[in-house]
Design a protein. Sequence first.
Length: 364
Amino acid sequence: MANSAISMYALSLDQCENAIRLGGNKRTVLVQGHMGTGKSSLLKSLGKAMPNHVLCYFDCTTKDLGDITIPQLQTIDDQGYVRYVTNEELGLHLGKDIILMVDEYGKANPAVKNAMLRLLLEGKMGGYTLTDKSIRFATTNLGAEGVGDMLPPHARNRISVVTLRKSTNMEWIEWGINNNIDHTLLGWCKDNPQLFASFEDVKDPENNQYIFHPKAPRTAFVTPRSLEAASDWLKIRDGMDSVTLTSLLMGTIGERAAMDLMAFVKLSDQLPTLQSIKDDPMNAKVPDSSAGVCMVIYRTLASIERDWVDSWMDYFGRLDKEAQGYFANGVRSPKYNKQNIVMTNKKFTKWALDNNHMFGGDKK
């Protein structure tokens, strides 16, 4: 019952960010989640939301007790005393509003965990105190993954622990469109939602050979983090042969995933170029498969500019209604960073009015 409740109330990255932003100056939120699911990206996104704060990152896996505070002899009126100077990575010495991320807290050795507790609970360490507007939070992997993350009861009792749920494939695709992820990879993810499954829902690791499973020794596997790395290799694939690319992908996302993705790469290489769509939208090739059409749509969403929306809309009209719906859903996403470019185009506006049922309206 406890595990099902935790799963039911697991939070998205946006929800974790919001909780930290609203309450991180009073209470420490510890975000626990699967490896590679974006916990470390919270610092960057919080920085965008709070641009006047200084970003500070402290990696517990590389620290011993002596790396946190160092005793320094001071004198006042010929009276000596010891003052503890903190590691500069903690940002306490700055005297400014900061956002402090204590990463991999669960992997820290016991002495480091204990030394960090007062900072996490009260915002104090040594002779330093965080400013009233400073934000602090911590991250750790799930203990069930078996990679050394442990939270002792006395530490849990001092912080608010929330569980980060894994993104769905469509949520990650939405993020990928706005973050320069290779369109071939996005198309593959669209067709393979199992890439984003949790090992906790897979009893037999052979039933999902893409993801990490503590019962299966896999040197590489699919996570949002490894998918982003795979995207980087795909974007420079024109400069390498297929054997090299396959080998790199196998070492990034695993053997099964790499072989499946390479099939999509071959399909992607047969797609119409963006230039052909711009120059001759009524005759540019329309892919035969739904996977190919999805890749064209994701590529367009990521790269479209105002000077060729008209050409795209002419090509777009040749696609089936399901494909048009994928594009419309991408455009209307509040996170889509090219929304204004598309939605102010006259041809798109006319299409939207004619197809308002795709935007939640009723078709007349």
